[in-house]
Design a protein around this ligand. Structure first.
Ligand code: UDX
Ligand code: UDX
Length: 458
């Protein structure tokens, strides 16, 4: 069958893979190819064990792979054949030179742009899917268009707002799709081509068009606002613990104000994930580079509160476990940065595990999907660390359990059995407020939950 369009995505990660699977499922007339420099990852995408866990993803890939969705390691050939190229390679925080620890490292993006240029024989639309600093498109245009091939590339920004764990639903029913471009005739034509893809399943009124700079900046700002809400409620959680207010009750009360709204008000051990910290630090760096010191400090405090919250959680464990955890077995329930994903990037669990290991605790980590990544994250710690898929076994002979990810399975465990298998007095630290505190207390646990007064038997 001849396909109407050839769409390519460079970068088969958490964003590129699921997004293109959705495009392929909704647009059977398009041929969709996803390439990656990581050959093993491509092999995994072509196997029955996909490289990422995401509810609904297996079914979507099964439905489309080999029909109009292809995963390939042949980058050059596929660039040649594509009319529209989405670029979804990673843009981590820079670890060296100017802006280290804050600015986005754009080396993969630039290399990809040069690779597109080297392998193109005709005009193409290049779509920024990765989160990029505002005004990156202008650098990309310069790299792509100052060529001797007389080929014109149009750069379009189409940031992805999916959240892990709900990626498939977010892709199928997005709150909005944002497409930004230059407002030149060529830019507007390219914008239309990208909009047309989404019109295959997204209602027109949910597709927002804007200038390219607004689109680039909106992605950073959306993540900054979301993270700011989490840091705001987490800052209040500390005050609740001092005053016997209950943070969930406070969140419920303020969230019913329609001007505030109920979402992203769940106090926690801290936010994680590949985006929040990276994007805020990037925003901070951009503000600094434009001389906007006050604005930079304002947003930086969102990350500072998060680090403080993670640290507070570890300190609280330490103090309540009689100021020493050395040699004590402590079970961490959950290692992923949120439920329904195996992703552990920037997970608060990494910080908590490291803090406890530094105090010479015997840390046991359990998680339904993230143990492989947890092993990698903590590979430098050889002593005092075990990984155990079964939460009951993890808790056996432990002094304390700490819930770090809000997996549903942890809500329904037999805590009576767990309590009996633990060293007494037994402690539970709920970093996600998913457990029934009163019930646990009645079973004999000493219960500490974020933003709530402790329930202690002594
Ligand atoms: C990425 C970016 O990190 C994020 O800023 C953006 O918002 C969306 O895209 P994610 O998909 O979660 O997020 O990253 P990751 O899972 O690391 O996937 C990126 C993929 O690009 C990796 O598989 C990597 O191998 C690939 N890659 C990287 C290339 O194919 N070519 C490169 O030159 C560099
Ligand atoms: C986020 C954005 O939501 C998404 O739009 C963007 O494309 C990428 O970054 P993601 O990081 O996948 O998505 O997950 P998200 O649901 O936003 O959660 C981020 C972190 O905040 C998690 O660690 C989560 O547990 C935490 N969180 C979230 C809270 O602690 N409390 C809340 O109320 C909400």
């Amino acid at each position: 069958m001849a396909f109407e369009k050839n769409i390519l995505c460079i970068g088969a990660g958490y964003v590129g893979g699921p997004t293109m699977a959705m495009v392929a499922a909704k647009c059977p007339r398009y041929r969709v190819v996803v390439v990656d420099i990581d050959k093993d990852k491509i092999k995994a995408w072509n196997s029955s064990h996909l490289p990422i866990f995401e509810p609904g993803l297996d079914e979507l890939v099964h439905q489309t792979r080999g029909k109009n969705l292809f995963f390939s390691a042949e980058i050059e050939k596929n660039i040649q054949e594509a009319q529209i190229i989405f670029v979804s390679v990673n843009t981590p925080t820079k670890t060296f030179g100017q802006g280290a620890g804050r600015a986005a490292d754009l080396q993969y993006w630039e290399k990809t742009a040069r690779q597109i240029l080297a392998n193109s024989k005709d005009a193409k639309v290049v779509v920024e899917k990765s989160t990029l600093p505002v005004r990156t498109a202008s650098a990309m245009e310069r790299i792509l268009n100052e060529n001797h091939k007389h080929i014109r590339f149009e750069v379009v920004s189409n940031p992805e707002f999916l959240a892990e764990g709900t990626a498939i639903r977010d892709l199928e029913f997005p709150d909005r799709v944002l497409v930004g471009s230059r407002e030149t005739p060529g830019g507007l034509k390219a914008r239309k081509e990208v909009v047309e893809i989404f019109l295959n399943w997204v209602p027109g009124e949910k597709i927002l068009e804007s200038n390219i700079w607004s689109s680039e900046l909106s992605k950073l700002v959306a993540n900054a606002f979301l993270a700011q809400r989490v840091s705001s409620i987490n800052s209040i959680s500390a005050l609740c613990e001092k005053t016997e207010a209950d943070v969930d009750e406070v969140a419920g009360a303020i969230g019913m104000d329609s001007r505030i709204g109920p979402k992203f008000l769940k106090a926690s051990v801290g936010f994680g994930g590949s985006c929040f910290k990276k994007d805020i630090l990037n925003l901070v760096y951009i503000c600094e580079s434009y001389g906007l010191e006050k604005v930079a400090r304002y947003w930086e405090s969102v990350v500072e509160i998060n680090e403080w919250q993670e640290n507070r959680f570890v300190q609280n464990m330490l103090v309540n476990l009689f100021n020493t955890v050395a040699g004590k077995r402590i079970a961490l329930f959950g290692f992923a940065f949120k439920a329904d994903t195996g992703d552990t990037r920037e997970s608060p669990a990494i910080y908590v595990a490291q803090g406890l290991l530094a105090e010479q605790a015997e840390v046991v980590i359990t998680d339904p999907k993230a143990l492989k990544n947890a092993r990698r994250d903590l590979k430098n710690f050889k002593k005092g660390l075990t990984f155990e898929p079964d939460p009951y076994k993890a808790a056996r002979n432990a002094h304390a359990v700490a819930v770090l990810t809000e997996w549903d399975v942890y809500k329904d465990l037999d805590y009576k059995r767990i309590f009996k298998s633990m060293i007494q007095p037994a402690f539970i630290f709920d970093g996600r407020n998913i457990l029934d505190r009163k019930k646990l207390y009645d079973l004999g646990f000493n219960v500490f939950a974020v933003g709530k007064a402790p329930l202690k038997h002594f």
